[in-house]
Design a binder for this molecule. Structure first.
Ligand SMILES: NC(=O)C1=CN([C@@H]2O[C@H](COP(=O)(O)OP(=O)(O)OC[C@H]3O[C@@H](n4cnc5c(N)ncnc54)[C@H](OP(=O)(O)O)[C@@H]3O)[C@@H](O)[C@H]2O)C=CC1
Ligand SMILES: CC(C)(CO)C(=O)C(=O)O
Length: 309
């Protein structure tokens, strides 16, 4: 299987390296600055699960030809439209896409452009970061990847990808109900992002306050109601797994968007992670006050960074 990974950032670089270690045929689509860096230094991944260091094959959008079986999308959500233009020359009628972006808007867009049968579902539960020196650092040892076909005709390629990625360390599953998996992650992430970004604290710090547990539970209920409105029913296990993470008083976790805000990142994925949940809530006539407050707060942050001074 010929795999094109779009972006050699935290997620693309990390899983690209893991796929290379598994013997996969991987090329990274990168923009000029990253291409020059990788040509000069190679790719370096530092992880408790094993490091990777070595040269990698890169390509520019001008050089692309339609000869990939799978294109893995690992850009930030705000770069999706530009990325879709860049990958156009690589798309053949038989190319399948696998996005690892957070949120569900990416699926609506890809389904609209290419059809659901050409888009696999994928989530990564991991904390990785592109360091200023261009290397990729994995924080902790958690690394869970769940992928799956979203239509019968892409079952084979989903199985082939799983067979490759399962050779890497971490927990790997192939789901027969990947839509539920995608929603489950989004509900967890959106709820966690709403609370940790609004309160500027970790889950444990929030739960130690008078109203923290109640507000966290309300945020999860708002996000679950949106999922239900979109036709997703969670199992008791799903609900308990999200609650175990977001109602854990010992937790030092905060959403990566909260970490981006703490580091004064110029752009955040507020629209994809919180704004789009709110749009869907409105579509179903749902009252979601915490999502609304959080999105207003995140928009203020983004607008201040869009128009400095
Ligand atoms: N980091 C994490 O731990 C996790 C992240 N995610 C999600 O994964 C997605 C990616 O996040 P992350 O890897 O952290 O982000 P990064 O910013 O680390 O990496 C994104 C990379 O995409 C590249 N890129 C963007 N557009 C293009 C393009 N058109 N052509 C080539 N390269 C491009 C950027 O390159 P350039 O340098 O040229 O801008 C950048 O290196 C997000 O949606 C995030 O929410 C999900 C789970 C965990
Ligand atoms: C996997 C998880 C939940 C890791 O923190 C994430 O995607 C994020 O915070 O953006």
């Amino acid at each position: 299987m010929r795999i094109l990974i779009v972006g050699a950032g935290a997620i693309g670089g990390y899983y690209g390296a893991r796929l290379l270690q598994a013997g996969a045929d991987v090329t990274f689509l990168v923009r000029p600055r990253r291409a020059a860096h990788l040509a000069a230094n190679g790719l370096h991944v530092y992880s408790e699960l094993g490091n990777f260091s070595g040269p990698v094959a890169t390509i520019s959008t001008e050089e692309l030809e339609p000869n990939y079986d799978l294109i893995v999308l690992s850009c930030k959500s705000y770069d999706l439209e530009a990325t879709l233009q860049d990958i156009a020359p690589a798309m053949s009628d038989s190319t399948t896409l696998l996005p690892f972006l957070n949120g569900l808007a990416v699926y609506d867009r890809l389904d609209q452009m290419f059809g659901r049968a050409r888009v696999l579902g994928g989530v990564a539960y991991i904390a990785v970061m592109l360091e200023p020196d261009g290397s990729i650092r994995h924080f902790g040892a958690a690394d869970v990847v769940i992928t799956g076909a979203r239509s019968d005709s892409s079952t084979r390629i989903a199985q082939e990808f799983h067979a490759l990625i399962r050779q890497s360390p971490g927990t790997r599953s192939l789901s027969a109900n990947v839509d539920e998996v995608l929603w489950n992650k989004w509900v967890m992430l959106a709820s966690g992002a709403v609370m940790t970004c609004l309160m500027r604290g970790t889950v444990g710090e929030i739960l130690a306050t008078d109203d923290g547990p109640k507000l966290m539970a309300q945020t999860m209920a708002e996000c679950r109601a949106v999922a239900n409105g979109e036709g997703i029913q969670f199992s008791t296990d799903d609900v308990q797994r999200v609650e175990a993470r977001l109602l854990d008083r010992q937790s030092t976790w905060a959403a990566s968007m909260m970490r981006d805000i703490s580091q004064d990142a110029p752009r955040i994925e507020a629209q994809a992670i919180v704004g789009d949940m709110l749009v869907r809530a409105e579509r179903h006539g749902l009252h979601t006050p915490l999502l609304r407050v959080a999105y207003c707060h995140l928009q203020v942050y983004q607008r201040r960074h869009d128009t400095p001074g």
